[in-house]
Ligand binder design. Structure first.
Ligand code: ASP
Length: 312
């Protein structure tokens, strides 16, 4: 199901969130986080700022929100550490910046943007990325800032799986796509990766064309799911390529990649894809995808539970 007249959309990860799996205060917290992110991005668009500014602002809100697996509240790797990946892409000129394995930078998405604008590189990883942040005036963030008990418990559970299945299994990676008054597109994605992943593992999020892509001629895309498969399927770029070369609509293009190609490669996930007409698709091959969007008239819709998100 595509949605038109969208100005900005965000996601909070693919996975499974059956209705009733959150208590009322947690549900309110997730919805409030998505809405705050949408409104932060829309406020900039309303002032005539770029889609690039909007997606960065939206993702920063979600990075600061401990509900989500990005920035504060990121998941732990198998060594009990948090390593943050992010990517931002400007559909005007295909410029992009990304970081991987960041540990001491509060907002990796803003560091990704600085990589794009102040370095000659696209992707900087590990210690070098945190050093680059310091050299560009970002404050040093000590690691305790990123800690949440819930994510720590999830790591312990992953190492010693409990008898009963976990009620909530959703990746909670975050992303944003937006269109501005000049009909330019941008995309941004940020994540802590996957609980219990090997130290140094890099997923699809910071890989241009895998987890994140934007071309103002076609579409802005932010993906979420098992990153290895999105890398192998070059998922975000594939959605753009279908629109570009095969002249397929955004709904069909995104559904083909997310609900056919990705499962055929052995995993599940979802994406938000916004085309240059303001049409949004949010397909998923996982049971659901947390997402929200803001329409041209200023109204906001947030969708958490599996039954709120049609698969295509
Ligand atoms: N795609 C992310 C990764 O593999 C995780 C997610 O979206 O849940 O790092």
């Amino acid at each position: 199901m595509s949605i038109s007249e969208v100005v900005i959309a965000v996601h909070g990860g693919a996975g499974s969130l059956p209705r009733g799996s959150l208590d009322r205060s947690d549900e309110a917290a997730y919805r409030a986080g998505l809405e705050e992110a949408l409104r932060a991005g829309a406020a900039l668009l309303g002032r005539g700022q770029s889609a690039l500014d909007a997606v960065e602002a939206a993702v920063r809100v979600l990075e600061d929100d401990p509900c989500f697996n990005a920035g504060r509240g990121a998941v732990f790797n198998t060594d009990g550490e948090q390593e943050l990946d992010a990517c931002i892409m400007d559909g005007r000129d295909l410029r992009s910046g990304a970081v991987a394995g960041v540990r001491n930078t509060k907002n990796p998405i803003s560091l990704a943007r600085v990589v794009m604008e102040r370095s000659k590189h696209v992707l900087i990883a590990g210690h070098g990325a945190d050093i680059f942040a310091l050299r560009n005036g970002f404050p040093y963030t000590t690691r305790d800032y990123f800690f949440t008990q819930r994510r720590w418990d999830a790591l312990i559970d992953a190492k010693n799986p409990p008898e009963a299945a976990q009620p909530v299994q959703v990746g909670e990676t975050v992303g944003a796509v937006a269109i501005d008054a000049r009909h330019e597109l941008a995309a941004a994605t940020s994540t802590g990766g996957q609980t219990d992943m090997l130290a140094g593992r890099v997923g699809d999020t910071p890989i241009v064309g895998a987890g994140t892509y934007a071309d103002s001629r076609t579409v802005a895309v932010s993906c979420t799911g098992i990153g290895e498969v999105f890398i192998r399927g070059v998922a975000a770029y594939d959605i753009s390529a279908l629109i570009d070369y095969a002249h397929v609509g955004v709904e069909e293009a995104a559904a083909r990649v997310v609900t056919e190609k990705i499962p055929a490669l052995g995993a599940a996930g979802g994406a938000i894809a916004l085309d240059r007409h303001g049409t949004l698709a949010a397909p998923h091959s996982s049971p659901g995808i947390i997402n929200g969007f803001l329409l041209r008239d200023g109204s906001v819709v947030t969708r958490l539970y599996d039954d709120e998100t049609p698969p295509r």
